[in-house]
Design a protein around this ligand. Structure first.
Ligand code: FAD
Length: 497
């Protein structure tokens, strides 16, 4: 065990993970630490990762980021949720909106009342009761209206890393450009001592953060932490990505459209559309997938699509010796629910909470590793849910997904909802009850029964209450400006001092 104080942090890699870590550590702990980041222009970044979830707003607040400035710099648009097409059945559409169903702090779980209303033959669609879903459907948006919308962003990943770099360098983070040629470790305890760049420069540190992407240069190639493969539950293993000209106003949502061996995404930026197609190489060749992808892109692609290969799963340890993995080096769950940037942010927050100023001790490492594992497994289960609940049998890929076995933790959640309309959820989970309910009902998992609280109101009372909620949401949406009009106005406003 190394009991030396940690005074210098070295971050290997300058993608979203590396620069976010540098930004947060320099802002929060900068007076206590020296921070150096090493990145290679020749290797570059993965260049995708453009859709986010609402937790990004509080992380940006922690970094002191001005929203309008960030939006201008990264070509960002606002995101109110994800529209899923063809997932349960071909031709289906449902929305996972970011807000509450019904109203925050209603008398109980809203879906229990809605299920009762549906059993009586009224109640409309579940999405009628989510402000964000209704604003998304009408392509409306504002940050200032009451009630406030829950939102996230779509952003240009390359510009985001550059923007964060500017923040970091202004706060004293040192950037060293060059390919890491060698990693030197201490012969006695195996701790990393320094990174040696191709130019010969040696970068020494007390704590190293591995943000080198899928390669996991420090965690895997040097420390050999091992990888737990989740391919049997998340069978997609590659993606094409390309930007195209944006045709028409930007929608305030990501689209995830199921295809024969995976799905494709549309992520609107201010002047471009981010397009991608995630697929499984066992069921579709790269050439077939490319042809299908190109045929479906709206607008001219701005360059040749890039093929990115990946493995779903997690690094067995997120913290080993004096090295911590953040971002793709720590594991990957495919981007269906846009969770990776969130996982980077929560990992950084955890690191700051457990920071080993007085030396690295096993209890801190264990806590970090356990929490990282729990979080990633819960995100995995939520993403696997979308595949498992398909009713599609029209391709080998979807037949596999429908009939595959799932992790016990997920099987229990599905059974609980099917048999009782209850959602198993722990207090510290990322996805709230309403998120699970929107996906489960959106993909036709109708419970056999529901909680008696759904019957607490008489039928006329329930009709009136639901109509009132719908009316309030309609009125609130009617007051909102068009999303595109709002962005144009917001991003043109003078930057705040
Ligand atoms: P990278 O961007 O790969 O950065 C690695 C860095 O390490 C680079 O700077 C590189 O130069 C450096 N490096 C590597 N080796 C060396 C070396 N030997 N010497 C020096 N430097 C080195 N996330 C979301 O939240 N939302 C999404 O919508 C989303 N979509 C995705 C779609 C796909 C297809 C994929 C694959 C991922 C997606 N992600 C998404 C995940 C997201 O892209 C990543 O979480 C995010 O970009 C962070 O990547 P990173 O910084 O870990 O790695």
């Amino acid at each position: 065990m190394n009991n030396n104080q940690v005074k210098k942090v070295v971050i290997a890699g300058g993608g979203t993970a590396g620069w976010l870590a540098a930004a947060a550590l320099s802002k929060q702990l900068g007076s206590l630490l020296e921070i150096e980041l090493v990145e290679s222009d020749a290797i570059g970044t993965v260049g995708v990762g453009e859709s986010t979830i609402p937790t990004i707003c509080s992380f940006h607040a922690l970094l002191g980021i001005d929203e309008a400035e960030f939006m201008r710099a990264t070509q960002a648009t606002f995101k109110l949720g994800i529209e899923f097409a063809n997932w349960g059945r071909d031709g289906d559409r449902y929305v996972h909106g970011f807000g509450h169903l019904g109203k925050a702090n209603w008398m109980g779980e809203f879906h229990q009342f809605w299920l009762h209303a549906r059993s009586l033959g009224f109640g409309g669609e579940l999405g009628d009761y989510c402000l964000e879903t209704q604003a998304l459907n009408s392509r409306k948006f504002a940050t200032s209206e009451k009630p406030m919308l829950n939102y996230a962003y779509h952003l240009d990943a390359t510009r985001y890393a550059q923007y964060l770099r500017g923040h970091c360098e202004a706060r004293g983070v040192v950037r060293s450009e060059g390919k890491i040629r060698e990693v030197r470790t201490n012969a006695a305890d195996g701790f990393i001592e320094s990174l040696v760049l191709e130019c010969g420069k040696q970068v020494r540190g007390d704590l190293f953060i591995d943000c080198t992407g899928f390669r996991a240069l420090l965690m895997e190639e040097i420390l050999q932490c091992g990888f737990e493969d989740w391919n049997q539950w998340l069978p997609t293993d590659r993606a094409y990505a390309v930007q195209s000209e944006l045709a028409g106003p930007a929608r305030p949502n990501t689209r995830a459209i199921a295809r024969s061996a995976g799905w494709r995404w549309q992520i609107p930026l201010q002047s471009r559309m981010g397009n991608g197609m995630v697929f499984c190489g066992d069921y579709q060749s790269d050439d077939e997938a490319l042809a299908q992808f190109l045929a479906e892109i709206d607008g001219e692609p701005l360059f040749d699509p890039r093929l990115i290969r990946y493995r779903a799963g997690r690094r067995k340890k997120a913290w080993e010796k004096n090295c911590i993995a953040l971002g793709l080096s720590s594991g990957f769950v495919e981007p269906l629910e846009s969770t990776s940037i969130h996982l980077i942010m929560i990992g950084i927050t955890r690191l700051m909470q457990l920071f080993p100023f007085d030396g690295i001790v096993p209890s801190l490492q264990q806590r970090f590793n356990q929490q990282s594992r729990d979080e990633l497994e819960k995100v995995r289960d939520f993403v696997v849910l979308h595949y498992k609940l398909t009713e599609r049998e029209d391709s080998e890929f979807w037949r596999y997904c429908k009939h595959m076995s799932v992790p016990d933790s997920l099987a229990e959640r599905i059974a609980l909802f099917r048999e009782s309309a209850q959602v198993h959820r722990n207090a510290d989970e990322l996805f709230r009850t309403d998120s699970w309910v929107q996906v489960m009902l959106g993909q036709h998992l109708y419970p056999q029964t529901y909680h008696p609280m759904g019957r607490l109101m008489s039928e006329p009372q329930l009709r009136q209450a639901l109509a009132g909620l719908q009316g309030n949401i309609r009125n609130a949406v009617a007051r909102l400006p068009e999303h595109q009009v709002f962005i144009d106005r917001y991003c043109k406003a003078a930057p705040a001092n």
